[in-house]
Design a protein around this ligand. Structure first.
Ligand code: 5GP
Ligand code: MN
Length: 335
């Protein structure tokens, strides 16, 4: 594996490039991918963004969204592009398992793999790496990548808008501990380059349907369980809940944070009965390692305070399993 700067000479002539990101892309996954897409287009490359799955409507405003190829809708075309690519950029994830079947195609391709990521424990499939677990967002690292390539002057409204959206979403609107003075300087640069900060916030956070708001109300009123003895809060949602409220991709995003916002709650989880499995999101405050619980018990991982995982048990069994592991963490949760 080589440092990211050694890719500079390779990018000096036009290349076939695929950019991909993690399953169920979030704001940072799409922001970093499309930000990099606009930059590489400007440099004269032939570039395609391929996502492993669809993604929420509140990310569809991003410039370049119309060109994104969703793998599950276009498997043959995706495979063809990856097979003939010189370079595959992998953004906002660091293990090929995270992108399902697309991961097998990427692994089999002769293309050089470039990883730009901020999650812990990279798997090691990459040939070039820009990785920093202290970075707030992959979009922050894409900014750094453009800077390292000596192209800061190329930042334009398209690049800046995408990267701004990625940083805004992964930093919880600039409130997480990962937000540094340097990040604010980067953000200032993005605004100067044309990112319309107020408009981007509105497009991402203030465009929900009435149903989504009522669904949030339902989750908080009827589905939230609080366990003060473990300083833990839990929301579990059945298939019926999802059907009753017509919950689509992205509609459940962020709900777990409301559970965590309760005073004295240190650990929050949402468990959702998706068709294929129970999908879980974990959030924690301070020292409590949400990713450890995700990794040890729920086939997942992530960051210290924000992690995800899954379970192939039923929803009820998953909740029981979760409750049964809390005593193990009681001390950590209540210090
Ligand atoms: P979310 O709860 O928003 O889906 O994910 C929170 C964080 O955990 C993200 O940084 C995401 O990359 C990570 N994450 C979510 N699901 C999984 C998973 O199944 N495996 C791993 N390793 N990380 C996950
Ligand atoms: Mn990210």
């Amino acid at each position: 594996m080589q440092p990211i700067t050694s890719i500079k000479p390779i990018l000096e002539s036009p290349k076939q490039i695929v950019i991909t990101t993690h399953h169920k892309p979030d704001g940072d996954a799409m922001g970093s991918s499309l930000g990099l897409y606009h930059y590489l287009l400007l440099k004269g490359h032939n570039v395609h963004v391929i996502t492993p799955s669809d993604y929420p409507f509140f990310l569809h405003w991003m410039p370049g969204n119309g060109e994104v190829i969703v793998f599950t809708d276009h498997e043959d075309r995706s495979k063809e592009l990856i097979d003939k690519a010189d370079l595959v950029f992998c953004l906002d994830f660091n293990g090929l398992k995270r992108i399902n079947k697309l991961g097998e195609i990427v692994a089999a391709s002769n293309a050089k793999k470039v990883m730009i990521d901020h999650h812990l424990e990279p798997e090691g499939f990459d040939d070039y790496r820009l990785w920093n677990a202290e970075a707030c967002a992959a979009s922050e690292l894409v900014y750094e990548f453009i800077e390292l390539m000596g192209d800061r002057s190329l930042l334009n409204k398209n690049i800046a808008s995408c990267l701004y959206a990625g940083i805004m979403t992964d930093s919880g609107s600039f409130r997480f501990p990962s937000v540094s003075a340097r990040l604010h300087r980067i953000v200032a640069d993005l605004i100067e380059a044309g990112a319309d900060n107020a408009r981007i916030y509105e497009l991402v956070y203030d465009t929900h349907s009435e149903t989504r708001l009522r669904f949030l109300g339902y989750c908080l009123k009827d589905k939230l369980q609080v366990f003060p003895e473990y300083r833990t809060a839990l929301i579990s949602l059945s298939k019926k809940d999802l059907i009753d409220y017509n919950v689509g991709s992205g509609d459940s995003e962020g709900i777990v944070n409301y559970a965590l916002s309760i005073n004295n709650i240190k650990f929050a989880v949402i468990a959702i009965d998706r068709t294929e499995m129970i999908k879980m999101s974990f959030r924690s405050k301070g020292e409590f390692p949400a990713n450890e619980v995700a990794k040890k018990y729920f086939e997942g991982g992530g960051h210290h305070n924000a992690a995800g995982g899954q379970s192939s048990l039923s929803l009820e069994e998953t909740v029981n399993k979760f409750m049964s592991i809390l005593p193990e963490y009681k001390e950590l949760l209540t210090i």
